[in-house]
Design a protein around this ligand. Sequence first.
Ligand code: TYD
Ligand code: MG
Length: 449
Amino acid sequence: MARSATVFSCSACGHESPKWHGRCPGCGEWNSFVEEARPAPTARVGANGVKRSAGRALKPVPLAEVQAPAVARLCTGIGEFDRVLGGGLVPGSLVLIGGSPGIGKSTLTSGALGNLAGAGHEVLYVSGEESAAQVKLRAERLGGHALSVPIVAETDLEAVLATLETEKPDVCVVDSVQVLYDPALTGAPGSVGQVREVAGRIMRVAKELGIATMLVGHVTKEGSLAGPRVLEHLVDCVLSFEGERERTYRTLRALKNRFGSTNEVGVFEMADQGLVEVEDASERFVTEATRAPGSVVLCAMEGSRPLLVEVQALVAPSELVPPRRVANGVDRNRLALVLAVLARHGGVSLGTSDVFVSVAGGVRVDEPGADLAIALALASAAKGIEPAADKPLAAFGELGLTGELRHVAHADRRLTEAAKFGLDAVVRPGDGVRTLRQALRGAARAHAA
Ligand code: TYD
Ligand code: MG
């Protein structure tokens, strides 16, 4: 009997079997079997029966002698995108762009390819999800050079690879990696085995021919399930496109980047003509800040860029035990910590109230420097103090468990950004303000001034 070209192996213990099992006979794990292409036998057996490698020995080279020509990056023409990539696409690199459906991955990549085509680069758009006509409709909305991008609508991996080998574009987009399938594997498109095989083979072709490739991948709500998570180790760069579909603001951040920092964040807005870069996000958030009780402007850092965002809090009497704690854009545990410190060290006890905290505009802040702004917003919401000044209150700083205020990185840049928008009185850890109590008093003074 001919051996089948694929083998199923357990991703937990490595047990191999010619057919799929729901439960691994080796280790008893459920749902761990993944289909893989059967590797060709490579080992040869030496005289004494010991297996020897069939490969040829290589000569190690000291790193100092390795030739590394400086490569010019390919600019996508979308400033925020280029910045997150670390200054543009590196030729021959593999970039994974993950995000939930409808967030704007196809819009972003179509726009980038259009700009690259306009700059004279060879590009190719492989669409597995949408027909060529659908992609054309989007390109018409985007305008610019988007209509000059060549497209193939195909889901068969072999056909896509053959096209890449013939066309040899400089940049290629595969939208999405979950719908492509390798006919040699029996698994459904999007299964772990298929996604890994598809990405692995595209990577080999792309690296060999020097094609910068952007793989689009969907992330499920849990961020896993045969999703692009299995590819993270394989690609050079993992970008995550986040935001809520109902909100206009979207953020693009790098989770992994072999050619740049993972601190950069790009802010976009979805408009009628595609994604618009929001270069001065701070200005919008500050002018939109309500100046009402419960509103505080946080001087946050998004990577190397200061960003002013509005933190809003609402405190209302609760009929529930335990009362509600709802956090949007900030971590729930962080909110719990701030509430506890406020109760214990700030004299603001909210144990019988529902508490809602939200960062305006659908932005997410994940830094400890947000603590003080959350605490001040909660205190002002609880006490209902109307600010007398016409400017919103601004703050940043980390809260310690003993009620002390801790310094956070880039204080000077946060202050400069705040000053740019006329926010001179920023409550922060510093001279005279070392504890939460002092900060609360400082905030009350700023309000009264
Ligand atoms: P899309 O890029 O197709 O999302 P993804 O590829 O991540 O699934 O588009 C996302 C949404 O954006 C879609 O619902 C329609 C909307 N949109 C606009 O509002 N304006 C536009 O110009 C375009 C192209 C799309
Ligand atoms: Mg899409």
